[in-house]
Every structure is written in structure tokens, then in C-alpha cells.
Design a protein around this ligand. Structure first.
Ligand code: COI
Length: 354
């Protein structure tokens, strides 16, 4: 399928790298493609970045049938643009589509569309270490209809945003609030899916955490409120007595691509990650006995984010000495050195703009 390209008449001025935060500024163009049962996915096009006009009855607005992905393009010191593991994102995009009853995409075509858009707007990829061009593929249900069923029509779009650090703390340790009242997802539900509703479900507890001075919520399982799941914008890792542990995927935890990268790197370094159930009580006990050495989150937006403090049921737990731990630093360095082309990519993780 040919991708039609209509360039914007007036181009915007990208911000200075030093002024970048997360998700506030968008590039000059976007990719759009439509689906209907007669034509399937059709009319792929790159157009000026613009609003999506929709009927107030459009299904996505009422029932949240939507999925998204998040991935990043980086600029190397010698000016090359490369994207981190994009095939994994489009695989997961299709797994999410399946769960939300959205027609699947041709993954290779979606990747090509993303690269085409990136080529058109490549002057927007910032170059300072810690900055990147965040890419957000999204699919939304477009039928104007108020009955509850899967939509017959869809829009697939990709937008891009030059970003700096996701958290205002940057790479400094964040403070995490463990909620013992609210749950994000339950097994058999949508927790492992990248869908809008999961993020809406996290807002209430998120506000509670913010009001108490914490950056993010750490979610416990939705049945017993006992086992640690994820942070919502990140997966979570612990270093206890020199063992690196992450909660096993249970169906209610997002299968993070940075999580997978951490696992693969640790394996390569001969210090494999243990994936298993870990309870909040075990974490508290590990801290009590002085065995909790480190805790960090992983995610596309957050990269590696050390955790310095955890709040649970009236107790505040300081992780290690509250500064960036050795493993957090090692994973952060390894991942970002690959992304910015400092290290040679021997795993085929970096996809160059061809
Ligand atoms: C990402 O890490 O890309 C995410 O999707 C997390 C968040 C910004 C929603």
C-alpha cells in the first residue's frame, strides 16, 4: 500500500533540548489510516498534525475502545536516527488489538508507516543525552453509535513528541506510594493490555499519592492486595540479597519492552532476573532485615527510574541509602548507551531510519 504524503505549509520551530519535558509538544505531521469492514485498513497517509473531528457519539468517547503504544527514536552523536525495538511494540499493539476486538494491523506495514513519518519529521529528533522523540501509535473506535459492541470502523494514527525525562526527578530516585485500597487490574481483565481505561483506572489513587508527596502508585494484585504488580507507567524490579527480582507476568501486568530488555541484559551479564510472585510483606521484611538493596522501575517513557522511598500502610521505607543503586545505574547506562549509539548494538535492537 502506498502512503500518501501531504506536507504542512508552515513548519513549527522545535523547542530547545533543554526545555523539553514529556508529551507537551508535537511534530509537524501525523500518520492516519482508516478501517471499515468493506475495505479493511485503507487510505494510509501522512498529513499535517491536526485535530481529529468526530461525532459526539463516537464509540471511543463512551466505551474506551482504544489501544496505544509508546516507543522512542534517538539521535546518535554522528547524527543517525534509530528506534529502540519497534517490532516489539507493534507485536504488543496487535496483542492489545486482539483483546479490544480491534482488527489487527500488518505489523511490517505499521512499522514502515512509522518510519515514513519519522523520515518526514526527523529534524524533530532531539540530540542531547536524556532526550528523544516519543512515538505514540494509537487506534480508536470510530462508529457513531451508543450501543455496547465492538465498533465496525477505526482510526489508526501515529503522533510524535520530542521529550526529556518523564519524571521531574529525572534519573534521581522517585518516591512510590503503595495503595492498599485501590486496584488497577485483576487477572482475566485488561491489565496486560495497553488500553486507555487502565490509565483512567489509575488516576484516583495517583491523586492520593501526589497529595501525600509521592510520584507514583505501586499497585498490588486485585484479588488479595498482597502481591506486587507494577507502577502503571513502569514495571518494577527489586534487588534483595543480590538477587534481581521482578513480579512474574500474571495477565494483569503489562509486558514491558524495557522490562524484557532488563531481563535480557541481566542474563547476558550472568546475573539473571528471577520472575516470581513477590508480596508487599516480603518487601517490608527484606527492608527490615537490611536485605533490600535496590528498587527501580522500567518503562519506555521512564527508561530506568530508581526508587528511593516507599510508603505502605503508614510506614515509610528508605531503599538502600536513598541514592541511585549500582544495578539501576548499570541498566540505565547499558540501555541508554545502546539507544544513543555509544555502544555497538549486537542484538539488533536498534532499528535505523533506512
Ligand atoms: C510508556 O512508557 O511509553 C508508557 O506508555 C507509559 C506512560 C507514559 C503512559
Amino acid at each position: 500500500m502506498e502512503i500518501a504524503i501531504q506536507k504542512a505549509d508552515v513548519l513549527k520551530q522545535p523547542p530547545k533540548d533543554a526545555d523539553l519535558s514529556f508529551g507537551t509538544i508535537f511534530t509537524d505531521h501525523m500518520f492516519n489510516m482508516d478501517y471499515n469492514p468493506e475495505k479493511g485498513w485503507h487510505n494510509p497517509r501522512i498529513e499535517p498534525y491536526q485535530p481529529i473531528v468526530m461525532d459526539p457519539s463516537t464509540m471511543v468517547l463512551h466505551y474506551g475502545q482504544s489501544i496505544f503504544e509508546g516507543l522512542k527514536a534517538f539521535k546518535t552523536a554522528d547524527g543517525r536516527v534509530q528506534v529502540f525495538r519497534p517490532q516489539e511494540n507493534f507485536k504488543r499493539f496487535n496483542r492489545s488489538a486482539d483483546k479490544l476486538c480491534i482488527p489487527l494491523l500488518d505489523e511490517a506495514f505499521a512499522l514502515k508507516a512509522m518510519q515514513e513519518l519519522l523520515r518526514v519529521d526527523q529534524r524533530w529528533v532531539p540530540s542531547t543525552h536524556g532526550t528523544s522523540l516519543y512515538i505514540r501509535p494509537t487506534i480508536i473506535a470510530m462508529d457513531p453509535f451508543l450501543g455496547v459492541r465492538a465498533s465496525y470502523t477505526y482510526r489508526f494514527f501515529i503522533i510524535m513528541s520530542p521529550v526529556g525525562a518523564y519524571y521531574k526527578e529525572g534519573f534521581n530516585p522517585v518516591k512510590i506510594w503503595v495503595t492498599d485500597k485501590h486496584v488497577r487490574a485483576v487477572r482475566g481483565g485488561m491489565g496486560e493490555v495497553k488500553t486507555a481505561g487502565n490509565y483512567a483506572a489509575s488516576l484516583y489513587a495517583g491523586e492520593e499519592a501526589h497529595d501525600a508527596g509521592y510520584t507514583q502508585v505501586l499497585w498490588l494484585d486485585g484479588v488479595e492486595l498482597k502481591y506486587i504488580e507494577e507502577v502503571g507507567s513502569m514495571n518494577i524490579f527489586f534487588v534483595i540479597d543480590d538477587e534481581i527480582i521482578t513480579p512474574a507476568l500474571s495477565g494483569s501486568i503489562l509486558s514491558g519492552i524495557t522490562r524484557d530488555t532488563v531481563k535480557l541484559l541481566a542474563e547476558k551479564w550472568g546475573h539473571p532476573v528471577t520472575e516470581r510472585r513477590i508480596s508487599i510483606d516480603e518487601l517490608m521484611a527484606a527492608h527490615e532485615s537490611g536485605k533490600l538493596q535496590e528498587m527501580f522501575g522500567s518503562g519506555t517513557a521512564a527508561v530506568i527510574s530508581p526508587v528511593g522511598e516507599v510508603y505502605y500502610k503508614g510506614k515509610t521505607l528508605k531503599v538502600g541509602d536513598g541514592s541511585v543503586g549500582k544495578w539501576s545505574q548499570k541498566f540505565f547506562n547499558a540501555i541508554t548507551d545502546l539507544q544513543y549509539g555509544v555502544d555497538q548494538d549486537t542484538d539488533g535492537w536498534m532499528v535505523p531510519l533506512d
